[in-house]
Design a protein around this ligand. Structure first.
Ligand SMILES: C[S@@+](CC[C@H](N)C(=O)[O-])C[C@H]1O[C@@H](n2cnc3c(N)ncnc32)[C@H](O)[C@@H]1O
Length: 427
């Protein structure tokens, strides 16, 4: 019997690598749970994430094992080899199981005469692989060229290496709690990171954890939690969350006492937002609309624009981003972000606040949007953050008063997502 988890792993891996589909969509569209049990699916997703995180290293090693590159039509063989190598070199899968299931997988899914080659190469990796990976420059190899060049230019080579190194680590689970972080840290065996975030180690089934069904907390990286708090005191204020789904920041705002209108153009993502709010017993006025043209009856006290972006700050949690996004996506998104910022300004009353954020490390999607807003002569002025806004995390305050978290931060606690945020006041 062919192993269900490996079939599922190959299917979703191919969607990401061959079709540049986000891993989350590949998982949903693959109907994985019909192929594999819940435990098998979780294992398959771990194989795929490991292969995506370590693809640069894996491809270099496989390249050395092959006398000549595999022909284009041997894609299945190449991907079976990559997934097999991920298990042998970077996971605690017994060698014989990784080799045997890979050959079986190729027999079931592939064509041609590569089964023997796959068997021989993977066996070789079980013997020599460890010494090869020890000699590799893992941070450089696993980072696409365009990101490496961009980050070394913007942040310096040392920080670029630290960012790339953080991406290879297993990300912990961060939860934003409605109240009593200390109590939840004790109950769930985690640690309190900031006012609302409790960090849990290891991979755990979220829905089985205490407090999930009662809606006491939701999953959100500490960086996203800090960003939600940067609007300031929102109690009783009317806030428009302009790109809201799946709703991590909507929940934070509603939980802090804001009257929230949550806008998003994606019906499927809004469905998740509604489910999250229902579980958390939080309220928001949810509207499916294009933020570029939607207008409220009454102007808001503040708008949060957590704009669509490349997501290069969250590669640690979403390694598919490193393989799906390109430099031209940055250029496309930059224009969308600029248009959305123009729309956001129109929704706020004079004296109101606009908080702009992205989970990107690319300056085009962050700092440069302030320049663009100036160039567009928007009726706003930058309102710098101060140390008080960051409550003990002042390394995230830049010299220009914007917020910038890097994945290399909090190394002792398990790192954090990369986020940019800045604040404006409407004139
Ligand atoms: C970065 S995500 C938002 C994450 C969300 N703020 C949270 O904390 O959970 C960006 C969102 O923008 C939405 N979006 C993209 N273009 C949009 C548009 N023109 N109008 C409204 N929403 C849009 C996407 O559907 C996506 O859900």
């Amino acid at each position: 019997m062919i192993d269900a988890s490996r079939i599922y792993a190959l299917k979703i891996f191919q969607q990401v690598i061959r079709r540049r589909k986000p891993l989350s969509s590949a998982i949903i569209e693959s109907g994985g749970y019909q192929i594999a049990s819940k435990a098998d699916s979780a294992f398959a997703e771990r194989i795929v994430k490991t292969a995506l995180k370590r693809l640069g290293q894996i491809d270099q090693i496989l390249g050395e094992c092959l006398a000549q590159p595999l022909p284009k039509k041997a894609r299945v063989a190449q991907d079976v080899l990559r997934l097999g190598a991920a298990q042998i070199l970077f996971m605690e899968v017994p060698d014989h199981a990784a080799v045997h299931t890979s050959v079986q997988l190729f027999h079931a899914e592939g064509e041609g005469r590569y089964a023997k080659l796959i068997n021989a190469i993977l066996r070789r990796l079980t013997r020599e692989g460890c010494s090869w990976i020890n000699a590799q420059d893992e941070t450089r190899l696993n980072t696409p060229d365009w990101l490496w060049h961009s980050w070394s230019k913007v942040y310096g080579i040392q920080t670029c290496r630290e960012i790339a190194s953080a991406h290879l680590k297993e990300a912990p689970i961060d939860i934003s709690v409605k109240a009593n972080p200390k109590k939840w840290a004790i109950r769930l065996g985690g640690q309190v990171l900031n006012t609302n975030t409790v960090r849990l180690e290891g991979s755990q089934a979220i829905t089985n954890l205490e407090g999930y069904n009662e809606g006491s907390w939701w999953v959100q990286d500490v960086a996203a939690n800090i960003v939600s708090g940067l609007i300031g005191d929102v109690r009783g204020k009317r806030i428009i969350d302009l790109c809201a789904a799946p709703g991590g920041k909507t929940a934070a705002l509603a939980s802090a006492g804001a009257i929230v209108t949550a806008i998003d153009s994606s019906a499927t993502r809004l469905q998740r937002l509604r489910e999250n709010l229902t579980r958390l017993q939080l309220k928001a006025h949810v509207i499916e609309a294009d933020a570029k043209s939607w207008r409220p009856i009454e102007l808001a006290d503040a708008v949060l624009l957590d704009a669509p972006c490349t997501g290069t700050g969250i590669i640690r949690r979403h390694p598919d981003i490193a393989h799906c996004k390109t430099a031209s996506d940055v250029m496309e998104l930059m224009v969308i972000q600029e248009t959305l910022l123009v729309a956001a300004v129109e929704l706020v009353k004079p004296g109101g606040i606009i908080l702009y954020s992205t989970c990107s490390l690319q300056p085009e999607e962050g700092l440069m949007q302030i320049e663009r807003a100036k160039k567009n002569e928007l009726p706003i002025r930058p309102l710098p953050f101060t140390k008080n806004h960051l409550l003990g995390m002042s390394e995230m305050l830049t010299s220009t008063g914007t917020f910038l978290s890097l994945p290399s931060y909090l190394p002792k606690q398990g790192h954090m997502d990369g986020f940019f945020a800045c604040r404006f006041e409407k004139l």
